[in-house]
Design a protein around this ligand. Structure first.
Ligand code: ADP
Length: 291
């Protein structure tokens, strides 16, 4: 039986605070008729320790931009990003590690060597590296592929190696940018389950970007919906489904429908003839189960 409090973030402590984040790209050189493109307009967001927050929104609404700012891959913005109350630039980069859509693994190395790579750079002693690599490869259930080369692995396995590699660095915040977007439905479902288990076991703070509302609801404690028109958060939804969570929990579909109903105009052009079909076609609500 599940603990009724188990699905809440374990702490009330704010791990990540975004304060008045403003991000824009400059107008084209010399073309005065174009105004600057504002991507994030005074955005505020707090994420608690251990919380799993998912960000959804149509392509181009600034999800990856936001993630890149938190990862310090882009430092051209105004506003403040704080980790545990301290400015982000005082925090080591390994405090937040990104898992991308294509795992960005080294194809000439084995799964083991890929996971070990960051630990080597961080000068972690060999015995500790080995313990960490093996623990994380077990966590993503790839022990029998420890010494396989990346090209010998399926797409789902590669993403699991990427997740293990990120976790081995023991980040405070795991940043995930559409990590499952290139995978088929069955593989995605398997990885949802695995990621939920990993979150349960490690209690990592996770910020997860997707354009798939079903996915956002299945995984998150909170779903943040972004609007390109506002260049900001349109609305947020709490996903009050107990953890450990089953990805076929009936509330996932009903919360997804609620979000779709409230955000449909963000995802589908007004000329779309049948909005439900259009949403599925564009994979915004790719079905979790085959009916
Ligand atoms: P999302 O992740 O929601 O699909 P992005 O954060 O990738 O959106 O992009 C947000 C907007 O910023 C898009 O309109 C995109 O074209 C624009 N953009 C992204 N990178 C650059 C860049 N280097 N220069 C100019 N515009 C950019």
């Amino acid at each position: 039986m599940s603990d009724p409090k188990a699905h809440r973030p374990s702490s009330e402590k704010v791990m990540l605070r975004l304060k008045n984040i403003h991000k824009e790209y400059n107008k084209d050189n010399g073309n005065e008729s174009l105004s600057n493109h504002i991507i994030l307009n005074k955005l505020n967001l707090d994420i608690k320790e251990g919380e799993f927050v998912t960000i959804v929104g149509p392509s181009g609404c600034g999800k990856s931009t936001l993630l890149n700012l938190v990862a310090s891959m882009d430092t051209h913005y105004t506003g403040e990003i704080l980790i545990n109350g301290k400015p982000i630039y005082e925090s080591p980069n390994t405090d937040r590690v990104v898992v991308f859509q294509e795992g960005a693994l080294f194809p000439w190395l084995t799964a083991y060597k890929n996971i070990e790579f960051g630990l080597k750079i961080a000068k972690v002693p060999k015995a500790k590296r080995r313990e960490s690599v093996m623990r994380h490869i077990r966590m993503v259930q790839l022990t029998s592929f420890t010494h396989a080369f990346i090209h010998q692995l399926s797409g789902g396995m590669k993403q699991r190696v990427a997740i293990a590699r990120a976790l081995a660095l023991n980040p405070k915040i795991l940043l995930m940018d559409e990590p499952f977007a290139a995978l088929d439905v069955q593989t995605r479902k398997m990885l949802y389950n695995q990621l939920l288990t990993i979150h349960q076991e490690t209690n990592k703070t996770i910020l997860f970007v997707t354009h798939n509302i079903n996915e956002a609801v299945a995984l998150g404690d909170r779903v943040i919906v972004m609007s390109p028109k506002l260049a900001n958060i349109k609305k947020e939804f709490t996903v009050d489904i107990p953890r450990p969570r089953k990805i076929d929990h009936p509330l996932i579909d009903s919360i997804t429908k609620e979000i779709v109903a409230e955000s449909e105009e963000l995802f589908v052009s007004t000329t779309a003839p049948e909005s439900d079909n259009a949403l599925q076609e564009h994979n915004f609500v790719a079905p979790m189960t085959t009916h």
